[in-house]
Write a new protein. Structure first.
Length: 125
C-alpha cells in the first residue's frame, strides 16, 4: 500500500518536536516530564487491549498516571509518563503534508490532554 505522504522517520520526528515547541508555555512545561516516542505502528497488543480493529484507529497513545490521579501517597518506582505518536496511521490518514503537520500537533495536544486527566470526550480534538 503506497503512502500518499512520504515523510521520512527523521522528518516526522522533527514534526513531533516542532509540535511540542509550538505548545503554549504552560503546556510545553508539562511535556518536560513526559517521554515522547515516535513509533511506526501501534503494537498489536496495544490494539488488542484497546479493542481496536485497525492500527489506523490509533494515532497516539498516552501511558502513565495522569496529573489528576497523582497523589502524595503514590508509590515510587513507576515508569515516567509516555506519549507514543504513530507515524504510519497519521501518514495514511492525511491527504497532504500540511494535514500531517496539523494532525501531529492535534495528536500531541490530545495525548497531553490525557496527561492532565481529560477523557476522550473532553478533548478539544
Amino acid at each position: 500500500m503506497a503512502r500518499r505522504n512520504h515523510i521520512s522517520s527523521e522528518a516526522f520526528a522533527q514534526l513531533v518536536q516542532q509540535a511540542i515547541a509550538d505548545l503554549p508555555p504552560p503546556y510545553a512545561k508539562l511535556m518536560e516530564s513526559i517521554a515522547i516516542v515516535v513509533e511506526e505502528e501501534p503494537p498489536e497488543d496495544v490494539l488488542e487491549d484497546l479493542d481496536l480493529d485497525s492500527e489506523d484507529d490509533l494515532l497516539g497513545l498516552y501511558q502513565g498516571r495522569s496529573l489528576a490521579a497523582e497523589s502524595f501517597f503514590t508509590s515510587g518506582g513507576e515508569s515516567p509518563p509516555r506519549i507514543s505518536i504513530y507515524r504510519g496511521p497519521i501518514l495514511r490518514l492525511c491527504g497532504s503534508p500540511e494535514e500531517v503537520v496539523q494532525e501531529v500537533y492535534d495528536t500531541v495536544v490530545h495525548e497531553l490532554g490525557h496527561h492532565v486527566g481529560l477523557d476522550d470526550d473532553e478533548m478539544p480534538y
